[in-house]
Design a protein around this ligand. Structure first.
Ligand SMILES: O=P(O)(O)OC[C@H]1O[C@H](OP(=O)(O)OP(=O)(O)O)[C@H](O)[C@@H]1O
Ligand SMILES: Nc1nc2[nH]cnc2c(=O)[nH]1
Length: 185
């Protein structure tokens, strides 16, 4: 629990939130995504590129449910920076592994307005990736998503509310909650 009065309280936020998706459901959908990725890779060793921080939990669990051997790297790009509305995208870490001619499996927790995944996907292509497959734990259903970006593999569709848990933060809190919560307001 944060003791900084400037940071909105997670405990208070939980009192005005609903659990949208339980851990049991997430376990099942992540296993399904793993099987679908194995089928899509058909034995090819892809670069598993996690978008930190939000995809930490999803990425770890997803990787363990993929049978095909993978090479791992990560990027850190942030647009929300602990707030509940997006901003300009800031790159904190670029990929290190060569992506030239590789299949990249781009892994993120949420596809919301799509700016983050579009920028990271385009960067992978600029670096010479042959194809970029996008896996997301969840995506929000609304009409504000940028053109030209979609998940190839997705766990659950969510309503247009601020969500947290399972890697996603509420003012940098609540990422390790083992379910997806949504604020009521
Ligand atoms: O589709 P968009 O509207 O671009 O939003 C999705 C992005 O927002 C979150 O990252 P955030 O910037 O909060 O950084 P974090 O991963 O460190 O939480 C999330 O992890 C996605 O990467
Ligand atoms: N934690 C969190 N991060 C996001 N990034 C984009 N949308 C969201 C959201 O609803 N919650």
């Amino acid at each position: 629990m944060s003791t900084n009065p400037a940071i909105p309280s997670l405990v208070e936020a939980l009192t005005r939130s609903d659990i949208l998706v339980t851990r049991e459901t997430l376990d099942a959908v992540i296993a399904d995504i793993g099987r679908a990725i194995d089928a899509a890779l058909d034995g090819e060793r892809a670069v598993f590129l996690t978008v930190m921080n939000g995809a930490l939990m999803f990425g770890g669990q997803l990787a363990l449910s993929i049978r095909t051997d993978l090479e791992f790297d990560y990027v850190h790009a942030t647009r929300y920076r602990g707030a509940t509305t997006g901003n300009d995208l800031r790159w904190l870490r670029e990929p290190v592994v060569s992506l030239t001619n590789r299949t990249v499996l781009l892994v993120d927790d949420i596809l919301d307005e799509g700016h983050t995944l579009k920028a990271v996907r385009d960067d992978c292509l600029r670096r010479g990736a042959r194809r970029v497959l996008i896996a997301t734990l969840c995506r929000k259903v609304h009409d504000r998503c940028v053109q030209g970006i979609q998940s190839d593999f997705n766990g659950v569709d969510l309503p247009d509310r601020y969500v947290f848990g399972y890697g996603m933060d509420y003012y940098e809190q609540g990422r390790n909650l083992p379910a997806i919560y949504a604020l009521k307001d």
